[in-house]
Design a protein. Structure first.
Length: 270
């Protein structure tokens, strides 16, 4: 994998929305680096079970935990279950997210809320539970220099406006200030809070923009690096951001987008 399988030794993690896509890759990579991982899912127990089994077959430790992250009681129950299983917690990855696109003038309040609830309120609730735990627990000597790490999976759309998806773009723009404000508040307590902002990564959420060659060619016009990203690109970065290798990194968004945020349309004119 390119990093040591003891980098996160003894650490316990929750990854939300880990039954597919980017969340699945993050769960696998954290486990491969030595962390015990709670694979959170909302509605697909079979996929979550498969991921847990794959992690275990590779010699790692994992458990599947059901919860809708937008519901306060469900979040509390998920953390209680993770604590009961692992005893402690060191890493939260707020990955669960969704799109529900519509032109602005046609978007219903329900469409707006459904995305804000999962993409912004969910991460708020999970980060709050994690922070309460980390504050109580403090630094676990010999395990990590931090009392805990919180990683938000944001998007390039925390800075790139997105017509027809104002709910999604607003949720990700919100993540930027949620992450930074929490980081500012908790850094003195040795809790590190950061984001990863993926660009176009091949998952189900954007399948229609990369599956057919013509669609992929169109998408590649926006990616200077010349390839659509893979979930593993994000999984590897999450390991680094969760580890002491990044101990001085606080309140930062790491864009992993093949250059999508570089205004590629300006490369040959302006
Ligand atoms: C969205 C994808 C999109 C990518 C780049 C992500 O946050 O979920 O649908 O392909 O941003 O635009």
């Amino acid at each position: 994998m390119g990093y040591s399988d003891t980098l996160l030794k003894g650490q316990k993690a929750i990854v939300t929305g880990a039954s597919a896509g980017i969340g699945e890759a993050i769960a696998r990579h954290l486990a491969a680096a030595g962390a015990a991982v709670a694979v959170n899912y909302r509605s697909d127990p079979d996929s979550a079970k498969k991921i847990v089994e794959a992690i275990q077959a590779a010699g790692g430790e994992a458990v599947a935990i059901q919860a809708d992250v937008s519901k306060e009681d469900a979040v509390k129950a998920m953390f209680a279950q993770a604590l009961e299983t692992f005893g402690t917690l060191d890493i939260l990855v707020n990955n669960a997210g969704r799109q529900n696109d519509a032109p602005f003038t046609e978007m219903t309040a329900e469409q707006w809320r459904s995305v804000i609830d999962v993409n912004l309120t969910g991460p708020f609730l999970c980060a709050q539970e994690a922070a309460r735990l980390f504050l109580k627990q403090g630094v676990r000597e010999g395990v990590s220099r931090a009392a805990g790490k919180i990683i938000f999976i944001s998007s390039v759309h925390e800075v790139i406006p997105w017509a027809g998806r104002v709910n999604y773009a607003a949720s990700k723009g919100g993540i930027e200030q949620l992450m930074k404000s929490i980081a500012q508040e908790l850094a003195p307590s040795k809790i590190r809070v950061n984001s990863i902002a993926p660009g176009a990564i091949k998952t189900d959420i954007n399948r229609e923009s990369w599956e057919k060659p013509e669609a992929e060619a169109e998408l590649l016009k926006r990616i200077p690096a010349g390839r659509v990203g893979e979930s593993d690109d994000i999984g590897k970065a999450a390991v680094w951001l969760a580890s002491d290798e990044s101990d001085y990194v606080n309140g930062t968004t790491l864009f992993i987008d093949g250059g999508m945020t570089l205004y590629p349309e300006f490369a040959d004119g302006g």
